[in-house]
Design a protein around this ligand. Structure first.
Ligand SMILES: Nc1ncnc2c1ncn2[C@@H]1O[C@H](COP(=O)(O)OP(=O)(O)OP(=O)(O)O)[C@@H](O)[C@H]1O
Ligand SMILES: [Mg+2]
Length: 304
């Protein structure tokens, strides 16, 4: 880690999420002490991490032999935090997201949700895939209400309406997915994931298929939706350094073969984040250096 990155990480602290959610989450070191035993009885000890991953290794049996998709991953994610998984193709981002989502169950190590082992998918986690995966024969409102069949009609319809409002699609409730633009379909997909009131939203390159301008607009939408749902934890896979910097409290940089955490970068920038600011671009340069994509010094006078 470069000296600059260390300084930025240290300066970031652990308070930004707490101020947004109103929660009082301890700093990392004291949280670890709590986890390993604070002496308090179990009933009064709040789980301090929404997601806690320790020594996680995932090996696939491929055609050409074993593929170590993830190797000895340690990662803790706080309640209400927005974390991005950033890295080159094949470094295990989707695999890690699927493990948190309970879609991938065979691995070595520990994956906990609110202190309990992740045993499978659940309503507490909403998944948004890279392609929106809306059911083409259902309307937008039927797609959004798809996971709510256990509820009475009136309650279901209220929840669907609220979530269509949240993503700005109320007037398209009766439209079919084929009648939506790419950005609208992704918003419908996010509404569907949120309708079951999950505690965690898992996003696998949710904006990857969108053009640059729609994508920036959708990043604002995502931030707005995240803020509107108090305590919502978001884990988002992205290839896009700007997107990760714009949205994340922390960025987990992964490297491939085997998939490991190269570093975790705190993003101590106030929101909404001006993409042209010097601090934004300084962090961007550090991240691009990780991918060997940055060769030039940033001149502060040109960045103001
Ligand atoms: N079901 C599977 N069977 C065999 N190998 C797999 C399987 N799923 C993933 N892998 C391998 O595990 C590694 C990590 O895959 P993963 O899909 O998690 O990467 P990723 O970081 O999401 O990549 P991308 O950015 O291209 O989506 C890759 O080498 C991939 O080939
Ligand atoms: Mg992937």
């Amino acid at each position: 880690m470069t000296a600059t990155a260390i300084q930025l990480t240290a300066a970031a602290g652990f308070d930004r999420t707490a101020s947004r959610t109103g929660s009082d989450i301890p700093a990392e070191s004291s949280a670890k002490e709590l986890r390993t035993g604070s002496g308090l009885p179990e009933a009064v000890r709040e789980p301090e991490w929404r997601v806690s991953i320790k020594g996680l290794t995932k090996i696939f049996q491929g055609e050409a032999g074993e593929v170590v998709a993830l190797n000895d991953i340690d990662l803790d994610i706080k309640v209400g935090e927005f974390v991005s998984l950033l890295g080159a193709s094949g470094c295990g981002k989707t695999t890690l997201l699927r493990i948190i989502g309970g879609l991938e169950r065979s691995f070595r190590g520990e994956a906990l949700l609110d202190g309990a082992r992740i045993a499978g998918p659940g309503r507490d986690r909403g998944f948004v895939f890279q392609d929106h995966r809306l059911l083409p024969w259902l309307t937008v409102e039927e797609n959004v209400g798809f996971g709510l069949s256990h509820l009475k009609r009136k309650e279901r319809s209220e929840i669907v309406g609220d979530h269509l409002d949240l993503v700005g699609l109320r007037s398209f409730a009766r439209s079919y997915p084929s009648q939506l633009s790419g950005g609208m379909a992704q918003r419908a997909s996010i509404a569907r994931a949120l309708a079951t009131d999950p505690e965690i939203l898992l996003l696998d390159e949710p904006l990857g298929a969108l053009d640059a301008l729609t994508r920036m607009h959708m990043q604002d939408e995502l931030e707005r939706i995240w803020k509107a749902k108090a305590g919502l934890t978001v884990v988002m896979v992205t290839h896009d350094v700007d997107e990760a910097l714009y949205l994340s409290d922390r960025i987990v940089v992964l490297s491939p073969r085997p998939g490991t955490i190269r570093r975790i970068v705190d993003v101590p920038l106030a929101r909404p984040r001006p993409r042209e600011s010097y601090d934004f671009n300084r962090l961007k340069k550090i991240l691009l250096e990780d991918f060997e994509l940055s060769h030039k010094e940033i001149q502060p006078e040109f960045a103001i």
